[in-house]
Design a protein around this ligand. Structure first.
Ligand code: HEM
Length: 199
C-alpha cells in the first residue's frame, strides 16, 4: 500500500501535532493549578512519562511495520524519536530547575541512584539525536545502524530508572517493563546478531 503525497502529509502533520500535544496540555494544567500538591514533581513525572511512552512507541514501529496495514509508519520513526529526546530534555530541565537542591546535590544523588540510570539513558538518546540527520547516516555507514540499536539499552536503562523509584505501586513500572520485554522479543534475533556472527 503506497501513500499518496497528500496522505503522507496528513499523516506527518497528525503525528507531529499528536506528539506535541502533551506539552500544551501539561502547561495548561500547570497554569490552571491542576497539578496537585506537588506541581513540580508532577511536571517532572509527566514529561518523563511522555518521553518513555514515545520511546516505546518508536520501538513498536518496526514490528508494526511487518503488519501490512501500517508498513509506512517507519517513515515517521525519526520524528517520533526526536520528540523522545525533546521531552527527555524538558524532563531533565524541569528536574534541574524545579526539584534539585543544588546545595546538597551530591548527597542527594547517593539517595537517588536511579537518577544515574536516567542520565545514562539520556546520554544515549543525545548520541542518537545528533546522529539522526541523513548526512550522519551516510557518514557513519554500517556503524550508524549499530549505534542506533543502542536505543534498546537506552530503553532498558529508562525502565530501571523508573523501577528503582517505586516505593509501593509497581503498576506503571511493570507496564513499561512488559511492553519493552515484548518489543525485545520481536527483535532478539537482530539484536543478538553481532554477538552470534562473530564466532
Ligand atoms: C539526566 C537524565 C534524567 C534525570 C536527571 C532524571 C530525573 C528524574 C527524577 C528526579 C525523577 C523523579 C521525579 C519525582 O517523582 O520526584 C524521574 C522520574 C522519571 N523519569 Fe527521569 N530522569 C532522567 C532521564 C529520563 C529519561 C531519558 C526518561 C525517559 C525516556 C525518563 C523518564 C522518567 C519517568 C517515566 C519517571 C517516573 C515518573 C513516575 O514516577 O511516574 N527520565 N526522573
Amino acid at each position: 500500500m503506497n501513500l499518496s503525497v497528500v496522505q503522507h502529509r496528513i499523516l506527518w502533520v497528525t503525528i507531529f501535532i499528536g506528539c506535541l500535544l502533551p506539552l500544551p496540555y501539561i502547561l495548561y494544567q500547570g497554569f490552571s493549578d491542576n497539578l496537585g500538591a506537588e506541581p513540580a514533581k508532577a511536571l517532572v513525572e509527566f514529561l518523563g512519562e511522555t518521553s518513555i511512552a514515545l520511546l516505546l512507541a518508536t520501538l513498536a514501529i518496526t514490528p508494526l511495520g511487518k503488519i501490512r496495514v501500517i508498513p509506512k509508519l517507519v517513515r515517521y520513526r525519526r520524528m517520533v524519536g526526536l520528540y523522545v529526546f525533546f521531552y527527555a530534555v524538558l524532563h531533565l530541565a524541569s528536574y534541574a530547575f524545579l526539584l534539585v537542591d543544588w546545595d546538597n546535590f551530591v548527597e542527594d544523588l547517593y539517595q537517588r541512584i536511579y537518577v544515574m540510570f536516567g542520565a545514562a539513558a539520556f546520554l544515549i538518546l543525545f548520541a542518537l539525536t545528533i546522529t539522526s540527520p541523513k548526512f550522519m547516516l551516510r557518514k557513519l555507514g554500517k556503524r550508524w545502524k549499530l549505534l542506533h540499536r543502542c536505543v534498546y539499552p537506552a530503553a532498558i536503562l529508562v525502565v530501571v530508572h523508573v523501577w528503582w523509584q517505586v516505593r509501593s505501586d509497581y503498576a506503571e513500572a511493570v507496564a513499561y517493563a512488559t511492553v519493552l520485554f515484548v518489543l525485545l522479543l520481536f527483535r532478539w534475533r537482530v539484536l543478538l546478531k553481532p554477538f552470534l556472527s562473530s564466532k
